[in-house]
Design a protein around this ligand. Structure first.
Ligand code: CTP
Length: 430
């Protein structure tokens, strides 16, 4: 059983919202209805009130006799602000039909009636089932508005193609039938997505380095390492899920790319250094997950080194730039820098702590690569997250799970740092 707040916009398809309400209640859900003024011209609120057993609301200025409670719930003992109370109790806001006008308002964050105000204060999933004439559906403004809403986490139920309301017209824009709408609402509820609400890293720019660099020996051979880039990609995907604008500097990573993340491919440590320095100015957080070569062949052969007649081959290596140290030296005070340390065996923790201090990092993620089945190339990882304040051991888990823990730590570091900055700026000075 879920508490469904059903938003109904003005359009001929509003009649289907009546049947949707009936089906939802028959399926055991508790439903409250908010209509726009235009919707009331198509279906009177008495119809929804009769079916839900609760007041249907239109204006933010009218009193809600149910005080925001869903049928079956006790009403609060005070008269609350109706849109806040209604969305506070809802498990989902489903707008069906959603008109082009309301879709545009939601995309712009306009809150000029009870439904749009409710949507703007929502912390639960938002589902939209747009229905309109095909010409309005295909207008670039509608397409752009829906893209904005999708990016914010709204679920959009695509309209169907078929006979439209205006006589003789066929096309896209028909509201799906009520059973399909209810199924979409139930599946949005089951997915547990609530990301229409503001996300913790909204507005933050996160730069991730991932993978392992390759340093050419000659035209066909290189010195490389076993890093697959999985941990770095998992970090980038989690940062993006939390709302961050995310850029990945990817060194030789052969993994699927996620939508909404910008990738910059590099091969060598020098290319990774250039790309990282270039992206850094626009970043608030650096997660330095790449396994960067510490040394490279001093002189790579242009062609292919032939074996012919050789007894052996000595490679002369020269140091590469330590990107993380260089970045940490030059960082702004509002940037958060997290390093990674692949350590082997006893003393790993102490070595990682020394690295944290020497490189002046905010955190270092220690990856003990002596364990079986974790770390390099594996889907799982076990890490210890060290900060100046202390350390937190993350037991073996998927790299996605580990990425969550690391980003939780980043969020805490950012919250602490912004608290310190505000305190340092003194009373009344912001
Ligand atoms: N790193 C870097 N540039 C390099 C080498 C490493 O930015 N040329 C970064 C890695 O991305 C990682 C961190 O430094 O975030 C730790 O790398 P690691 O190789 O474990 O440590 P080093 O600093 O190289 O120290 P050492 O090898 O002496 O333990």
């Amino acid at each position: 059983m879920a508490r469904i707040l059903l938003g109904v916009c003005g359009g001929i398809a509003a009649y289907k919202a009546v049947e949707l309400t009936r089906l939802a209640i028959a399926a055991g859900h508790s439903v409250r209805v908010v209509q726009t003024a235009a919707a009331e011209r198509f279906v009177g609120r008495a119809t929804f009130e009769g079916i839900t057993g609760a007041p249907a609301l239109v204006s933010e200025w009218e009193r809600d006799p149910a005080r925001g409670a869903f049928p079956g719930d006790p009403a609060p003992d005070h008269a609350p602000i109706s849109h806040l109370e209604l969305v506070g109790g809802a498990d989902i806001l489903a707008i069906a039909p959603a008109s082009a006008n309301t879709v545009a308002k939601l995309a712009a964050g306009i809150a000029d009636n009870l439904l749009t105000s409710a949507a703007l204060s929502l912390r639960a999933p938002l589902l939209l089932a747009p229905a309109m004439n095909e010409r309005m559906w295909e207008h670039p403004a509608t397409t752009a508005n829906l893209r904005v809403l999708r990016d914010r986490g709204a679920t959009v139920v695509e309209p169907e193609t078929g006979a439209l309301a205006s006589r003789g017209e066929e096309g896209a824009g028909r509201l799906p039938e009520p059973p399909a709408l209810l199924a979409a609402i139930e599946s949005a509820l089951a997915s547990g997505r609530s990301d229409y609400a503001p996300r913790p890293l909204d507005g933050l720019r996160v730069l991730v380095t991932a993978g392992g660099t390759r340093e050419p020996i000659d035209a066909v051979r290189f010195v490389g390492n076993r890093s697959s880039g999985r941990m770095g990609f998992a970090l980038a995907e989690e940062a993006a899920r939390r709302g961050a604008e995310t850029v990945v500097v990817a060194a030789n990573v052969d993994l699927a790319r996620a939508e909404g993340i910008r990738y910059r491919d590099v091969v060598t440590a020098a290319e990774l250094a250039d790309a990282t320095h270039a992206e850094l100015a626009g970043a608030d957080v650096l997660l330095m997950g790449a396994a960067v070569a510490d040394f490279r062949p001093a002189a790579a052969e242009g062609g292919k080194i032939e074996k012919g007649g050789r007894n052996g081959l000595a490679l002369e290596l020269e140091p590469t730039e330590d990107v993380l140290s260089a970045v940490a030296q030059a960082r702004r005070s509002d940037q958060t820098v997290v390093g990674f340390a692949a350590e082997h065996g006893t003393g790993a923790l102490a070595r990682a702590r020394r690295k944290l201090e020497r490189k002046r990092l905010d955190a270092i993620v220690l990856n003990d690569v002596s364990g079986e089945g974790i770390g390099f190339e594996a889907p799982d990882n076990a890490v210890t997250i060290l900060t100046v304040e202390g350390e937190r051991e993350v037991p073996p888990a998927s790299k996605t799970e580990v990425a969550r823990e690391i980003l939780d730590a980043v969020e805490s570091l950012r919250a602490e740092a912004s608290g310190l900055r505000i305190a340092a700026s003194g009373p009344g000075v912001r």
